[in-house]
Ligand binder design. Structure first.
Ligand SMILES: Cc1cc2nc3c(=O)[nH]c(=O)nc-3n(C[C@H](O)[C@H](O)[C@H](O)COP(=O)(O)OP(=O)(O)OC[C@H]3O[C@@H](n4cnc5c(N)ncnc54)[C@H](O)[C@@H]3O)c2cc1C
Length: 313
């Protein structure tokens, strides 16, 4: 289940570098078509992208009029958009990725409905004998406090036994798959005395740690939503590492938007009404204002924070 098109593209690009009139981002161009390895056999590969930080600004200025255009006001505008969840300008940027991932990770990933997906068809083609096994430090016991989490890593004989069982089952299911397919690699029966079970049926006993692949295209707004959920410590490690690999590409692609995303979304906090009331009751306004100034927030951000907390400083 390799992607021969990747090699063809690399060769084609080396032979005839193309000139384009579209805006491009040199830091991301470097990563086009390159595999970013994830887990033991997976990867994220950048196939294509459209737009950059300037495209976000350009779209927003259609709403707000041109105004003065400098790098700092562009940055301020992107940060304003992110802070106020004025999201449509971020939808002007798109990215297309080729991802290879275990089926159980794909099941979590596909819940993000706002992307366009084309998955490798195991009805049509034969899956590779490639399955995911956790590295020792990620082979951990069930958390007692979080039903969706894990705790300390297993060790010694127990860890070895668990890995052995996981490997044994995966190998066994693939052996059965291969037996049912009865394919000699050229589409002819390996054993002419037996039928070749339809690929769409033969695959059904494979374990969910087998790898699948897809092309995944999404706009920046929905991608940031995906990252806010899947690059979060609450997300399962096996999807989080994909989110981290994608975040690294996004930071190269739209550094200003990514910085704003990190400041207002990843590192920010949403407070309930009761929490706001508790903070308001406890806070010393002068100290808060001094701390906000020391944090380097603009006068506008300072006003907005105080207004959000219902404090009139
Ligand atoms: C830590 C974690 C634990 C989870 N645990 C579970 C679990 O136990 N069980 C489970 O089933 N899922 C679970 N999920 C999946 C979760 O419920 C969401 O399905 C997933 O995160 C996708 O989020 P989303 O719908 O916001 O994303 P997207 O599908 O990308 O949608 C983005 C946004 O578009 C809007 N939208 C998209 N489609 C519709 C629609 N049809 N109607 C209305 N609005 C729409 C919504 O505002 C949505 O937030 C978990 C997710 C995480 C991150």
């Amino acid at each position: 289940m390799t992607d021969p098109r990747n090699d063809e593209l690399e060769a084609q690009l080396a032979a005839e570098p193309s000139a384009t009139r579209r805006p491009t981002v040199p830091a991301l161009e470097e990563r086009l078509h390159r595999l970013n390895p994830v887990l033991d056999h997976g990867f994220v590969r950048l196939v294509d992208y459209m737009g950059d930080d300037a495209a976000i600004v350009q779209a927003a200025r259609v709403s707000y009029g041109r105004g003065t255009r400098t790098a700092s006001t562009d940055r301020g505008l992107i940060r304003y958009l992110m802070r106020h969840r004025h999201t449509t300008p971020f939808e002007m940027c798109e990215i297309k990725l080729h991802v290879k991932l275990p089926i159980f990770v794909a099941r979590q990933w596909i819940r993000h409905r706002t992307a366009n997906v084309n998955e490798y068809s195991a009805r049509y083609s034969i899956l590779d004998r490639e399955f995911y096994l956790p590295a020792a430090e990620h082979l951990a016991a069930q958390s007692r406090t979080n039903r969706q989490g894990r705790e300390v890593a297993l060790s010694g004989d127990e860890a070895a036994r668990v890995l052995e069982l996981l490997r044994r089952d995966a190998v066994q299911t693939y052996d059965t798959y291969a037996y049912l397919l009865n394919d000699d690699g050229t589409g002819e029966p390996a054993d002419p005395e037996r039928s070749m079970l339809a690929r769409e049926l033969a695959r059904m006993n494979l374990s969910v740690n087998y790898y699948t692949q897809w092309y995944w295209k999404i706009d920046l707004h929905n991608l940031l939503h995906f990252l806010s959920l899947r690059a979060d410590p609450h997300a399962q490690y096996e999807i989080r590492v994909y989110a981290d690999a994608i975040a690294e590409l996004v930071e190269r692609w739209v550094p200003v938007a990514f910085e704003a995303f990190r400041d207002y979304r990843l590192g920010g906090a949403f407070l309930s009404r009761q929490e706001v009331e508790a903070v308001r009751a406890a806070v010393d306004v002068e100290r808060l204002v001094a701390a906000v100034e020391a944090a380097g927030l603009s006068a506008r951000e300072r006003r907005e924070l105080l207004a959000r907390l219902g404090i009139h400083g």
